[in-house]
Design a protein around this ligand. Structure first.
Ligand SMILES: Cc1cc2nc3c(=O)[nH]c(=O)nc-3n(C[C@H](O)[C@H](O)[C@H](O)COP(=O)(O)OP(=O)(O)OC[C@H]3O[C@@H](n4cnc5c(N)ncnc54)[C@H](O)[C@@H]3O)c2cc1C
Length: 284
């Protein structure tokens, strides 16, 4: 997690984690963001464990860490988030306060005897993102409606009443400069899931990117399930890549075969020509 602060007009970012700057994303994404911060003169210190924070003279703040002391003007602490279930009465239904409400893919909370309790969003400890919370809300609403009408929910993978995307196609954008936009599994996650993968890495260097910015500097990675010939993960890093991730999400959720993606013609001159470069590289 990051502890970032401003010091006499300069900025220091302290990361307790090592080089894995952005959890759940490909390592190169965090490395590129860190490099961009360093180019801007930000002092990035990785693997930095903050031991204490105390008031210092002149309303300043003293930070103690392994390699000494820093005195700063402001401190921004980013420690991550966890489900806020401590005071919602979880114990009334036999659940542990403070723990995530573990749900199945229909949003039904597990471990509650004799009652139908549903949950959606951050409290479930699944993907703590606004869009995934909204997705879960839509599914859970449909499940409750179906059950209230006496219908059996459609719980087949990708059925109307299950949050299948939570497992394999969660998109996320890190609004840094450069932006990071990713969906699906990283190479490491896919391999851990037992998927035989091939990884394609390319720089983002197409006519559309040169229109986006002079000297555009970006990178794209796709992770391909070689047995099934489909995408399982895509990551873009660069200026304005946030809008690129939805096409990747469609390809992953739709399990579009790469042979068919080859026919998905990107308009010239747009950033989407990156898809052409990725596929050409995969086919070469
Ligand atoms: C700084 C920050 C930046 C973020 N940026 C992004 C982003 O760019 N994109 C993104 O996708 N996600 C982002 N998120 C995550 C996103 O905000 C959450 O994933 C999303 O809000 C989860 O929605 P939710 O409805 O599950 O929970 P919440 O939005 O937290 O809503 C829960 C509600 O329940 C209320 N509540 C809590 N306890 C009780 C109680 N006991 N009784 C009654 N009401 C109660 C709370 O007041 C709150 O209104 C960010 C989060 C933070 C903290």
């Amino acid at each position: 997690m990051a502890q970032a602060f401003r010091r006499l007009g300069s900025e220091v970012v302290l990361m307790q984690r090592g080089p894995r700057l952005l959890p759940g994303t490909e390592p190169f994404a965090g490395e590129r963001v860190a490099a961009a911060m360093q180019e801007e003169g930000i002092d990035v210190r990785l693997g930095y464990r903050l031991e204490s924070v105390a008031s210092a003279a002149n309303d300043r703040i003293e930070l103690r860490a392994g390699d000494g002391t820093l005195v700063v003007d402001e401190l921004l602490v980013a420690t991550g988030r966890r489900p806020n279930t401590a005071a919602i009465g979880a114990d009334v239904v036999g659940l542990e306060p403070g723990e995530p409400l573990v749900v199945d893919d229909t949003g039904l909370v597990q471990g509650v005897a004799g009652q139908w309790l549903y949950a959606a969003g951050d409290v479930t400890g699944r993907a703590p993102l606004t869009h995934q919370g909204k997705y879960a809300g839509r599914i859970v609403g449909a499940v409750i409606g179906a059950r209230a009408a006496g219908a059996e929910p459609d719980t087949r993978p990708w059925g109307e009443h299950v949050t299948t995307a939570d497992h394999v196609a969660v998109p996320q954008v890190v609004f840094t400069d450069p932006e990071v936009a990713a969906v699906g599994r990283t190479e490491e996650q896919a391999r851990a899931d037992g998927v035989d993968v091939r990884v394609v890495d390319i720089p983002i260097a197409v006519a559309g990117s040169s229109l986006q910015a002079d000297g555009y500097d970006g990178a794209a990675r796709m992770v391909v399930d070689t047995a099934r010939g489909v995408l399982v993960g895509v990551t873009f890093v660069g200026q304005d890549v946030a809008e690129m991730v939805h096409a990747a999400t469609v390809a992953i959720v739709g399990e579009v075969p790469l042979d068919r993606l080859w026919h998905v013609v990107p308009s010239f001159p747009t950033m989407s020509e990156v898809w052409l470069r990725l596929l050409e590289t995969y086919r070469s």
